[in-house]
Design a protein around this ligand. Structure first.
Ligand code: MRU
Length: 357
């Protein structure tokens, strides 16, 4: 087990390269992987060394800079052509989290809009990646604090159920759903977190519990199929989850299992919040049916360690995300406050228009 870590930053620009916390090794090992090249960043995103929508956006932004740094030409046009290929590679890593595409578009826009030498563009790209990193951290703090205003007022100390990991590890730091947890804990509003284990990759069991333990926040791990039972028993006061992509009508894609959690919350009259930055909203998509859902390797569901769980002759289906319809979401907690899903379009920030360009 690791000793207590004060601040968790999964993506750090350090010594001219990127240090990523290796999330595939937590909770048993707290180690970093050094990334020097864009191909290695693409691989790290694909293999989930770094994961979580905002965190892969930040990682991809640095990946763009690393790719730019590798381009040797001094010719601006040729440079931008190569940079487009780096963008293509990074975009091909994971399809669902829109922050990835948003961050890459913002990096490309910065490059195309910079007049001057190729070296000038490279400098701007590094600055833009660092800005995306810092802004996400600030955004998460705002989301956490905005969550306080909408949490149920009774009882004074709440039990909060979350799914997957929408914590510091999944963002630049602090977290979205776990940002709300951290702010509620700080204000004395939280009794305990219930963490779904989150099959098949176990982000809840391995990562969310780890973050809670680092902060001294009481946490109870349950398997995913226990959530409705816990709600019926009155153990859960509120549900807060993150999101990978939210459509303009408020339908929200998040880790597989979120949708059934929302249905169970509705059935038990428990508020169900999605905590996410506005960069997770894809204003180009009218509704959630158009959100691309990643399908991952079936070994994730039929193999645990070296043990194969099933007999031969079984077929598999392993969607990594599902879409919760807007009508099951009480509100979306953003850096600009909690917004009713139907009101999202009114808060479209200028930077979200990047995806359309
Ligand atoms: O497959 P993952 O681990 O990248 O999925 C992560 C999630 O589904 C998170 O809940 C989501 O990205 C929000 S992170 C703030």
């Amino acid at each position: 087990m690791t000793s207590s870590i004060n601040q968790v930053y999964p993506v750090i620009w350090h010594n001219n390269s990127v240090s990523l916390i290796d999330q595939t090794r937590l909770p048993n090992e707290y180690t970093f992987v050094e990334i020097h090249r864009s191909e290695d960043m693409a691989q790290a995103i694909k293999t989930m060394i770094v994961r979580g929508a905002p965190a892969i956006g930040v990682a991809a932004a640095y990946g763009m800079y690393l790719g730019a740094r590798e381009i040797e030409t001094g010719d601006r046009h040729e440079f931008l052509q190569h940079l487009d290929k780096v963008a293509q590679l990074l975009r091909s890593t994971r399809p669902t989290a829109v922050n990835l595409f948003w961050a890459i578009s913002r990096m490309l826009k910065a490059a195309y809009e910079t007049l001057g030498t190729v070296e000038d563009i490279k400098q701007i790209l590094l600055q833009t990646a660092q800005a995306i990193n810092i802004e996400d951290l600030q955004t998460c703090h705002a989301i956490g604090d905005n969550g306080l205003a909408v949490l149920p007022t009774t009882p004074e100390k709440l039990t909060l159920l979350t799914h997957c990991n929408a914590g510091a590890l999944a963002t630049a730091g602090y977290g979205t759903a776990l940002g709300v947890v951290r702010s509620a804990w700080r204000e004395g509003r939280l009794e305990r977190v219930f963490a779904d284990e989150t099959r098949p990759r176990l982000q809840g069991a391995k990562l969310t519990t780890w973050e809670c333990v680092q902060e001294g926040i009481p946490v109870t791990l349950i398997t995913d199929n226990m959530a409705a039972h816990c709600m019926k028993q009155g153990l859960i006061h509120v549900v807060v989850v993150g999101a990978d992509r939210i459509a303009a009508n408020g339908d929200a894609a998040n880790k597989i299992g979120t949708y059934s959690l929302a249905i169970a919350a509705k059935a038990h009259n428990i508020p169900f919040f999605v905590a996410a930055p506005l960069s997770t909203v894809d204003f180009e998509l009218t509704d959630g049916s158009k959100i691309p859902i990643e399908e991952r390797d079936p070994t994730e569901i039929y193999q645990v360690g070296d043990t194969i769980l099933t007999p031969g002759g079984v077929d598999f289906y392993n969607p990594a995300f599902d879409v919760t319809p807007a009508e099951l979401i009480t509100a979306i907690i953003t850096e600009n406050g909690a917004i009713a899903p139907g009101e999202l379009v009114k808060s479209q920030p200028q930077h979200s228009k990047l995806l359309a360009e």
